[in-house]
Design a protein around this ligand. Structure first.
Ligand SMILES: Nc1ncnc2c1ncn2[C@@H]1O[C@H](COP(=O)(O)OP(=O)(O)OP(=O)(O)O)[C@@H](O)[C@H]1O
Ligand SMILES: [Mg+2]
Length: 354
């Protein structure tokens, strides 16, 4: 068989059979998509061409030939194979024209229900948001609440209040990209003349009352301020917002957060925001011990945006991970049967034979 012929035969195989061929031949083949699997298998011919060709022939002989009658027709523009819509029992033909074993599509409608943009509604602050804003008048605040809860609202309201009181505000984020996004978002909200940005790559409007910067830049500013070498005013600083403050636990960069907190001017309030600080009580106690004002912790664990857990097979099929729509903790038996079946299929195709 020429390499061209081999490539054509491989390309016609469904991905699951390519994985079977790759088993024991290609390291971590289950991570590869179809095209790269074919390339990897072609690369393997130099190791044992005969073995690969005979396994390929055996696979082809095992597979039933595609029959026109049994192949479902796919409407133009219909969903791609595997990502079945609710109640759709048909599967689209595989790329090669080989029908994979018939598998009932799982009902994903409950799993996907509610994903989208909700209709606009007036924002009524939650009690924990009011609590955080209320405390900022007199104390530093750590907000430790789940992702998607509305920490940005607290940051924006606190910034508005500080600016109205003629104080300046610094908003730090751990990433340049996040700083750029916040700069765009807050410029729209506060007006372009009110917002500046300082990162390693960018320096715009450094005398604005609301300055966005990476935490490293603020730490360096605080270092340099000791020698009076900066052109950003820190004596009017009223509020420092540290978004994604769980970075304080980062083994390499965490020290930057610690130093920034230690050197933060005494008159400025600190507002630390995070969805994933593991020990917020300890951080609050530490802030209270080193800062002139106490630190108040606002914490809850309610998720406004429920998590959904799904299983995505390398062949593109998606199934709910659990029988229930929510996430049951510690109940392996509640795995969705479709997911169990897909995972068994995956193991079968990828684990070395016993
Ligand atoms: N009190 C509220 N009622 C309803 N929706 C709210 C409320 N507060 C904030 N939101 C909305 O919740 C969404 C998520 O808010 P936000 O981005 O601030 O979450 P977050 O806590 O910062 O999450 P992350 O941890 O991912 O950064 C936004 O669309 C926001 O408008
Ligand atoms: Mg946020």
């Amino acid at each position: 068989m020429t390499t061209d012929e081999l490539e054509k035969l491989l390309t016609k195989l469904p991905v699951s059979q390519l994985h079977m061929l790759a088993r024991g031949r290609i390291h971590r083949h289950f991570r590869l998509g179809k095209r790269r699997l074919v390339e990897a298998l072609l690369g393997h011919v130099s190791v044992n061409r005969g073995g690969l060709e005979s396994d390929l022939q055996a696979l082809i002989q095992q597979s039933p030939p595609p029959s026109q009658e049994s192949r479902p027709r796919q409407k133009p523009g219909s969903a791609p194979a595997g990502v079945g819509r609710a109640g759709n029992k048909q599967r689209a033909p595989s790329e090669a024209g080989h029908a994979e074993p018939a598998v009932p599509a799982s009902d994903l409608s409950a799993f996907l229900d509610g994903i989208g943009v909700p209709p606009p509604q007036p924002l009524v602050p939650d009690a924990w948001q009011e609590e955080a804003l209320g405390h900022l008048a007199t104390t530093d605040v750590i907000v430790s609440v789940p992702t998607g809860s509305g920490k940005t609202y607290v940051a924006i309201e606190a910034a508005k209040r500080a600016i109205e009181a003629d104080r300046t505000v610094i908003y730090t984020s751990p990433l340049k990209a996040l700083s750029n996004t916040k700069f765009t978002e807050l410029s729209k909200l506060f007006g372009a003349d009110q917002v500046g940005i300082l990162t390693g790559d960018r320096r715009d409007n450094p005398h604005a009352p609301l300055l966005i910067m990476t935490t490293e830049i603020l730490r360096n500013l605080l270092y340099d301020a000791a020698s009076g070498e900066i052109d950003v005013r820190l004596d009017t600083l009223g509020l420092v917002i540290m978004d994604e403050s769980q970075y304080i636990a980062d083994p390499e960069r965490g020290v930057v957060w610690e130093e920034t907190i230690i050197f933060c001017p005494a008159q400025a309030r600190l507002l630390l925001l995070s969805a994933s600080i593991g020990n917020p009580q300890e951080i609050a106690a530490w802030l209270t011990s080193i800062r002139p004002t106490p630190c108040h912790l606002v914490q809850h664990h309610r998720r406004s945006v429920p998590l959904r857990a799904g299983y995505l097979h390398p062949n593109g099929k998606l199934a709910p991970l659990f029988r229930s729509v929510g996430i049951p903790h510690g109940h392996g038996a509640l795995l969705h049967p479709e997911t169990k079946r897909l995972f068994a299929q995956y193991e079968d195709a990828t684990l070395p034979s016993r």
